[in-house]
Design a protein around this ligand. Structure first.
Ligand code: SF4
Length: 418
């Protein structure tokens, strides 16, 4: 029996689940089910608890270990669940010593139910030598973890600690290994990757790292970035975007809102004008670029006029891939203590923002018809373009391979190849 890992949340959690699978197995916990939770929204925590109860029903005798940001930030909530055998911290989940403690705790009839350390005390992030990703055609490489910012709505720093970077040579070794193992696309992931390197000797920036990867790993066909903070994007990064076709023309921006007063109350580091100017400049540098963004609807004190500024930002920045989050108060964050917008208004605004995003995506898809696109096959039936737009194949392709297709049509959500 192999270790089963149930993953919630972001690409970083997905990358870490591959490490968890191996660490738990090496610790001899091969009958375990590990739930790698997310804490970004109350809904994510609710879904994790629901899954744990279902797992216990389906597997009455298997060990259930709960880890991830939910376990780190709401340890007692999960420890109080009779269905869970152990709650393991976010640093411990990646550490052989953490799994040794977990095994010892699980071996005792009335052992401790939590093995959760102080995440703020963690200073390093260990490279994890991952060479395959089960069932995936693209590989995630963690380059950074944690965050030094304290946006007022965000629980992540309390789940992942302060920012720390993986040394450049270790990242290069990971990318080389994955490229040698046939991965055509690598996604650099972390929590705040534009803060990359600030804690390393010589303080290399994300752009430095990207340029090193593109130069030192010539076999890698496609390098993609996970979310970035536009206001922290460095000159080398923009230069690489402008000059190297192997850096994918797709940026997902952590914008969060389109109103300056709301951005101030969120403690974000950019203004509305900064966001618009950044999008215009990267579009000049790389005309085929697709831009996505995270946007929150219904942040405390947000008026209808302020919300209209977020709606208008979609067009003014030329965004096509939106991730819309209805505001979710996270216990312990300053925004949870601010005057809240009524839930029905939050839900309504999120729906209107999604509809706005769907219209923008439709325009993007219309513009793709007739184009020839290089697509990384994620399955025999479908894949993604360099702009990260989904494509349905007309003829089956080999997962993991890059194929050239001509776009014939779309169904409002994805492109259809000729
Ligand atoms: S930058 Fe802000 S939103 Fe992003 S992880 Fe850090 S605190 Fe959270």
């Amino acid at each position: 029996m192999s270790v089963e890992v149930v993953t919630f949340g972001c690409r970083l959690n997905a990358a870490e689940s591959e490490v968890i699978r191996r660490q738990a197995a090496s610790a001899g916990l091969d009958d375990a089910v590990v739930v790698n939770t997310c804490a970004v929204t109350a809904e994510a925590v609710r879904q994790a608890r629901q899954t744990i109860r279902a797992l216990r029903r389906d597997h009455p005798r298997r060990r259930i270990v709960v880890t991830g940001c939910g376990a780190q930030t709401q340890t007692q909530t999960f420890a109080a669940m009779p269905e869970a055998d152990l709650v393991l911290g976010n640093a411990e989940k990646l550490d052989p010593a953490g799994w040794a403690k977990a095994r010892a705790a699980l071996a005792q009839p009335h052992g401790p139910k939590t093995v959760v350390g102080d995440i703020m005390a963690v200073r390093h992030t260990t490279p994890h030598l991952i060479d395959t990703f089960a069932g995936r055609s693209r590989a995630f490489v963690q380059v950074q973890n944690g965050c030094n910012h304290r946006c007022t709505f965000c629980i992540i720093p309390f789940g992942r600690g302060n920012s720390r970077s993986v040394p450049v040579e270790a990242v290069l070794a990971d990318v080389r290994r994955l490229a040698a193992n046939g991965y055509r696309e690598v996604v650099l992931t972390g929590v705040d990757i534009t803060a990359y390197g600030a804690d390393l000797p010589d303080a290399p920036r994300l752009g430095t790292l990207v340029k090193r990867i593109l130069k030192d790993v010539p076999d890698l066909a496609r390098l993609r970035l996970s979310s970035i903070d536009s206001v922290e994007a460095d000159r080398d990064l923009l230069d690489a975007l402008a000059s190297d076709a192997r850096l994918m023309p797709h940026l997902h921006l952590s914008l969060q809102a389109g109103d300056d007063l709301i951005l101030k109350r969120m403690k974000r580091r950019h203004s509305r004008a900064d966001a618009i100017a950044f999008c215009a400049s990267v579009r000049r540098l790389r005309p085929d670029i697709a831009l996505g963004a995270d946007l929150i609807a219904g942040f405390p004190t947000e008026s209808e006029a302020m919300f209209q500024n977020s709606l208008a930002l979609v067009e003014e920045c030329g965004l096509t891939h939106l991730h819309v989050f209805p505001f979710s108060p996270r216990p312990g964050t300053p925004a949870a203590r601010m005057p809240q917008v009524a839930r029905d208004i939050v839900k309504d605004r999120a729906q209107r923002l999604r509809e706005c995003g769907a219209r923008a995506l439709q325009q993007h898809l219309d513009g793709e018809i007739g184009a020839t696109r290089r697509v990384l096959a994620e399955s025999r039936q479908a894949g993604r373009t360099e702009q990260f737009t989904k494509v349905q194949f007309a003829t089956p392709a080999e997962p993991g391979q890059i194929v050239d297709v001509t776009i014939a049509a779309h169904d409002g959500k994805q492109l259809i190849a000729a």
